[in-house]
Design a protein around this ligand. Structure first.
Ligand code: ZN
Length: 359
């Protein structure tokens, strides 16, 4: 994770904090100081924010651990000033699984709220004495407890792709096709996002950011699910590219440059003794030229660990795999023999054709 500080890991899930988080703390300090608030009080506010983000981390672990139960790993959890993001390697498609993964986060906050409320009832905190609304050692627990309740309720708003929106989509997709369910949930999400931005403009700048984030996120995910649904029913062989350019593994990069300039291809298959062993892309060639010069071997800058797909496997799975592993091309295999390649761009073209025919 670039520009982030590694905090630690639990059950193979790494937690990072993004550098922009320091801006949030800086903003709190400066805005409080400008109001003439004493340094000691500001320190308590900072402590509260840190405690709040510890609760956000636990919320994200709710999602991550629920996903682990269904065999879905989480790449990492990253903390941003507007909240945390658990990056799951894929999203559960089964409505019941999606429901549990989505709701597990807010449930953690509800559990924290209940536990802290019990602690508060034992320590006998008198709410009536809270005349001066200020975060102090004696009000800290009360603040954290209330914040957890607010966190849970806010996240449960049906603003897709927030947790509540995912719960909504899960319910909708029991009866409707997933693409349609996503479209409806995404529409509601974008409507609420506009409301957040509008409300935030007059009240809270962070809400504006959250609104923008939701609006863009909803749009992207609706498009993505639609593409995925177009690919349903296709097999890898439908997008097979049997014509491709090859390069010898021990040829110099200058050879790759020559082919790059002489053809339309942006990806090449790297061969060794007539066997395909990997791929090299335009970007990898350029990077190789920058670091190794044009006499460097092609093999050194190739991806020698390509995804290998069976010709009869479903195309939507293949596409998802390529997206999550960030690979633009994959090898297509039949009975252990290399047949050709699958190119992300080629799949996009297939989607475009399918969309055009559907209209
Ligand atoms: Zn969540």
């Amino acid at each position: 994770m670039k520009f982030s500080l590694y905090l630690g890991s639990y059950r193979n899930v790494k937690v990072f904090i993004h550098w922009t988080f320091s801006l949030l703390l800086l903003w709190i300090i400066i805005s409080n100081m400008r109001q003439g608030i004493p340094m000691m009080d500001i320190l308590w506010v900072i402590l509260f924010v840190l405690a709040l983000f510890a609760c956000v981390v636990m919320h994200e672990f709710g999602h991550a651990l629920a996903a682990q139960r269904y065999g879905i790993q989480t790449k990492d959890i990253v903390l941003y000033p507007i909240g945390g993001v658990a990056r799951l390697e894929k999203l559960p498609e089964d409505p019941k699984q999606e429901l549990w993964v989505a709701i597990a986060g807010p449930l953690v906050n509800i559990a924290l709220f209940i536990i802290l409320s019990i602690v508060l009832s034992f320590t006998g905190y008198n709410i009536q004495s809270l005349e001066e609304i200020k975060i102090q050692p004696n009000t800290m627990l009360l603040y954290i407890a209330s914040a957890n309740l607010i966190l849970a309720l806010f996240n449960l708003l049906p603003a897709f792709p927030m947790d509540g929106g995912r719960v909504l989509r899960a319910f909708l997709s029991i009866k409707l096709p997933r693409a349609k369910a996503t479209q409806i949930a995404g529409g509601i999400g974008q409507f609420l996002a506009i409301f957040f931005v509008f409300f935030g403009l007059f009240n809270n700048p962070i809400l504006v950011l959250i609104g923008i984030f939701i609006f863009l996120g909803a749009g992207a995910e609706v498009a993505h699910t639609q593409q995925e649904s177009f690919l349903k029913g296709f097999k890898v062989k439908d997008a097979l590219m049997s014509h491709f350019q090859i390069l010898g593994y021990n040829a110099p990069l200058s050879k790759a440059v020559e082919k790059l300039l002489n053809s339309q291809a942006t990806h090449f298959v790297v061969v060794k003794d007539d066997v395909a062993i990997g791929t090299i892309s335009r970007n990898e060639i350029i990077k190789g030229l920058e670091t190794g010069g044009e006499n460097a071997y092609i093999e050194k800058f190739s991806d020698l660990n390509p995804i290998k797909l069976d010709i009869d496997s479903p195309l939507d799975d293949a596409w998802k795999l390529m997206l999550t592993q960030n690979k633009k091309v994959a090898f297509i295999i039949e009975n252990g023999h290399f047949l050709g390649i699958l190119d992300q761009e080629n799949i996009s073209e297939l989607i475009l054709v399918k969309t055009a025919l559907n209209q």
